[in-house]
Design a protein around this ligand. Structure first.
Ligand SMILES: *Cc1c(COP(=O)(O)O)cnc(C)c1O
Length: 386
């Protein structure tokens, strides 16, 4: 087959190799415990399933939806942003529902990146920022997230020749994979930096509701100057255990929202309307489920952090996100360490290198595994002599 170059340029998928090893272990009869996947194990709350069931019976929801989404959904998103962050949004111009935020994150590159352009991308980071940039013909410039800087990028360190070609700055807090958080002062510095250099800020914030110990992560849009330069992606996936239903949103700068809407209207026909109804029920309905889920994750976090410290790893308990990011011993690579945990304990973790070059030296463990399995994983880690 004569494929386009962009297909050959796709990075080798590290996780395919891990899946192969897991399958091999399982076929040998090993009971593998996977801490590798960031997908809530708890079910979607019952009242949301009920709203979907009802909406599925309404024939108005059997036809093509519109790309812009139901006005009622855009209004519910605006109400939620107002209640949660004190940010007011115009549902007609500053809100765009997405078929999961991954969809919008992948497509937004088409709004900013021409061949030869650059997007500034966090390293380690969610792979879609860089791949979307490459699909649009541009190049990702990696911003290393270093532990000594609290896993925030050093914006002043970006060379001037890179900045001249840069069109967009990607940020993601609470962060996947490091679990780091950012405050409003950082977001304000990023907005000012973007204005100075003519960049759009694209903030990816699906973990704003997954937080512990009473911490409440801010929205990028609360920062002064944010709406002039950027948008925020948010998702119902992690907040309401709705990864399977594919519903999310982009909010903020009206010009950017309009550009993304124009790209999308040429590619997709929107979110199935029954699922839009379900999203309205989630945003407008009772929010207790969020705190309940967070208490479960917090307990799992504490169990995991103490087991990892017992192994002599350096790790701080994350204030938010679904991940524990642990430093492996010096002289061991992240792939070597992950392989050892799999071979000696049957426990799967993801090597940090899979999230970018600066992820080397770390492994990521996910909190989205049922309690009994987590306990078994912790027991095996505690029994290890590494
Ligand atoms: C899970 C995740 C997403 C994708 O969420 P969907 O809305 O389900 O597509 C986006 N960004 C990051 C950093 C994530 O971890």
């Amino acid at each position: 087959m004569n494929f386009a170059r962009r297909i050959e340029k796709l990075p080798p998928y590290l996780f395919a190799e891990i899946s192969r090893k897991i399958a091999e272990k399982r076929s040998q009869g090993v009971d593998v415990i996977s801490l590798a996947i960031g997908d809530p194990d708890l079910p979607t709350p019952e009242h949301l399933i009920e709203s979907l069931r009802e909406a599925s019976l309404d024939v108005a929801n059997h036809r093509y939806p519109e790309t812009v989404g139901l006005l009622e959904l855009r209004e519910a998103i605006a109400r939620w942003y107002e209640r949660r962050f004190g940010v007011s949004l115009d549902p007609q111009r500053e809100v765009l529902p997405l078929i999961g935020s991954k969809e919008g994150i992948g497509h937004i590159a088409l709004c900013f990146v021409d061949p030869g352009d650059v997007a500034l991308v966090p390293d380690p980071g969610y792979p879609v920022y860089a791949v979307g940039t490459m699909f649009a013909g541009g190049e990702a410039y990696y911003l290393p997230l270093r532990e000594e800087n609290g896993f925030l990028p050093d914006l002043e360190a970006v060379p001037p020749d890179v900045l001249r070609k840069a069109k967009a700055l990607w940020l993601n807090y609470p962060n996947n994979p490091t679990g780091a958080v950012a405050d409003l002062a950082f977001f304000e510095r990023a907005a000012a930096f973007a204005r100075e250099h003519g960049l759009a800020v694209l903030h990816d914030g699906p973990y704003s509701e997954v937080a512990f110990d009473g911490y409440r992560p801010p929205s990028f849009l609360e920062a002064e100057g944010a709406r002039e330069v950027g948008i925020e992606f948010h998702s119902l996936s992690k907040s309401y255990n709705m990864t399977g239903w594919r519903v999310a949103m982009a909010v903020g700068n009206a010009e950017i929202i309009d550009a993304l809407m124009r790209v999308k209207s040429n590619l997709d026909s929107g979110i199935p309307q029954a699922i839009q109804r379900m999203a309205i029920a989630a945003l407008d309905g009772p929010q207790e489920c969020i705190e309940e889920h967070n208490l479960v994750y917090q307990r799992r976090r504490d169990r995991l952090v103490s087991a990892l410290r017992g192994l002599g790893l350096r790790v701080s308990p994350p204030k938010a996100s679904l991940y524990v990011w642990a430093r492996v011993p010096d002289g061991t690579s992240s792939v070597q360490y992950a392989t050892r945990l799999l071979d000696e304990a049957g426990v799967v973790v993801t090597p940090g290198i899979g999230y970018g070059p600066s992820g080397e030296g770390y492994v990521r463990l996910s909190l989205t595994i049922p309690d009994e399995q987590l306990e078994e994983g912790v027991r095996r880690l505690e029994a290890l002599r590494l």
